[in-house]
Design a protein around this ligand. Structure first.
Ligand code: GDD
Ligand code: MN
Length: 380
């Protein structure tokens, strides 16, 4: 065995004093005979005796230390901090609460060492994996939906897992990471552009001590986190989908006005001409806020005006085709609403292309490379 440290196990903790000795002993039993290792707890100032528990373990000879953070909080940044102080050639990240079986560390490590995988996940959802049965239907569905939403980003079945490992030299540059919420494993996997992630089956047991910190706020964060990862991995496609979703809701608004104005006595083409305005303003606002967050922040009015202007051209296409179809094509003379849809689609395709280049102008390249996070306002 060489002097170089083989493995660093990084464990984020918040109020885990009862679990710290248990997980340390467990890791010692499993890994101690096999290779050199260190255990790094990254604690967000729990002040529950965690620090004292770690010094007792040190006196007993365990290669363990604790980093206490007082300025920052949060699972993901804790994990990143732990990794950046780690010395081992390989990193394994796991929970403190014994949900992740330490026995899986060696099979994970061996996949990494042999080069079979460049990223390895302890997984509930591959053959041989499982979890405690008493998950309520809500928690189960919740976890499933969260997992499905992440599937296009990576090729593994349990992208939510907080139990994962990789070679330390492959850790993505930290400025690329914009950790938001819980799913730091998924973030490292996507941003590190790992080519060959693999899974080792685990049984995920419910915690015995303390309580879970996963709440509704975390889930909203998760959705925002996913959006960023999609934008990172599929920039153009994810913009198109978001533009489409915004346009879809704008279309509903457009339709609502179109019908209501006619009920109020306006002619169908007057109604059509007016319903454009609330819809275009709606679309501008949400495209600025969501679809094109990482673009230049031009002044609101100027940008709205240029969105309206270019949308005006789109609208000429939109309204023009509506007019042509409803005036000259017998089918559409009878069925005016489908003509509206054709017009909207033509206008939208045009608008997307122009919006990407002219209205929501891209940032200069240097700025983009320095910071890949979006500027969506953080709610802390
Ligand atoms: N430092 C720090 N700061 N640690 C934290 C924080 C925090 O703000 N919040 C949670 N932790 C630690 C906990 O002490 C625990 O060791 C680990 O992170 C996981 O937290 P739990 O609260 O036990 O999470 P969970 O059981 O709901 O979620 C588990 O399942 C997910 C998959 O469904 C975890 O394994 C997640 O990592 C996993 O993604
Ligand atoms: Mn847990």
């Amino acid at each position: 065995m060489s002097d170089a440290l083989k493995l660093s196990v990084v464990i984020p903790t918040y109020k885990e004093v009862l679990n710290i000795p248990l997980i340390t002993q467990k890791i010692g039993e499993v890994v101690g005979q096999h290779c050199s290792y260190e255990v790094i707890f990254v604690d967000d100032n729990s002040q529950d005796g965690s620090v004292e528990a770690v010094s007792v373990l040190q006196q007993q000879g365990y290669p363990v230390r604790i980093e206490v953070r007082t300025q920052e909080r949060g699972l993901s940044t804790a994990v990143i901090h732990g990794i950046s102080t780690a010395q081992g050639e390989y990193i394994i990240v796991m929970d403190a609460d014994l949900s992740h079986p330490a026995e899986a560390i060696l099979p994970m490590l061996s996949k990494l060492e042999s080069g079979v995988a460049d990223f390895c996940v302890g997984s509930r959802y591959v053959k041989g994996g499982s979890f405690d049965e008493d998950w309520g239907i809500f928690r189960l569905l919740n976890s499933k939906i969260a997992t499905w939403l992440a599937l296009p980003l990576c090729s593994i079945k349990d992208p939510m897992s907080g139990f994962f490992g990789f070679q330390r030299s492959h850790f993505p540059k930290t400025h690329l990471l914009s950790p938001l919420g819980y799913k730091i494993g998924l973030e490292i996997l996507v941003k590190g552009r790992f080519k060959n992630p693999q899974e080792v089956p685990i049984h995920f047991s419910d915690r015995q001590h303390g309580e879970s910190k996963l709440d509704l706020k975390e889930q909203v964060r998760y959705l925002r986190h996913l959006r960023r990862l999609y934008t990172f991995k599929f920039p153009a496609a994810s913009e198109f989908v978001q533009f489409g979703l915004v346009g879809g809701t704008g279309f509903l608004l457009d339709s609502l006005f179109y019908f209501c104005l006619q009920l109020a006595g306006l002619t169908h083409d007057m109604a059509r001409a007016i319903s454009f305005w609330p819809a275009v303003t709606w679309n501008w606002f949400w495209n600025r806020t969501i679809t094109f967050t990482d673009r230049k922040k031009d002044s609101k009015f100027k940008q709205w005006a240029s969105f309206v202007t270019t949308s005006g051209f789109g609208f000429v296409l939109n309204f023009g085709s509506y007019k042509l179809l409803t005036d000259y094509v017998p089918f559409f003379m009878e069925h005016k609403y489908p003509a509206l849809m054709v017009g909207v689609l033509m206008g939208m395709g045009f608008n997307f292309m122009v919006a990407r280049v002219l209205v929501f102008r891209p940032l200069e390249k240097e700025v983009l490379e320095g910071d890949t996070t979006d500027s969506f306002p953080e709610q802390k």
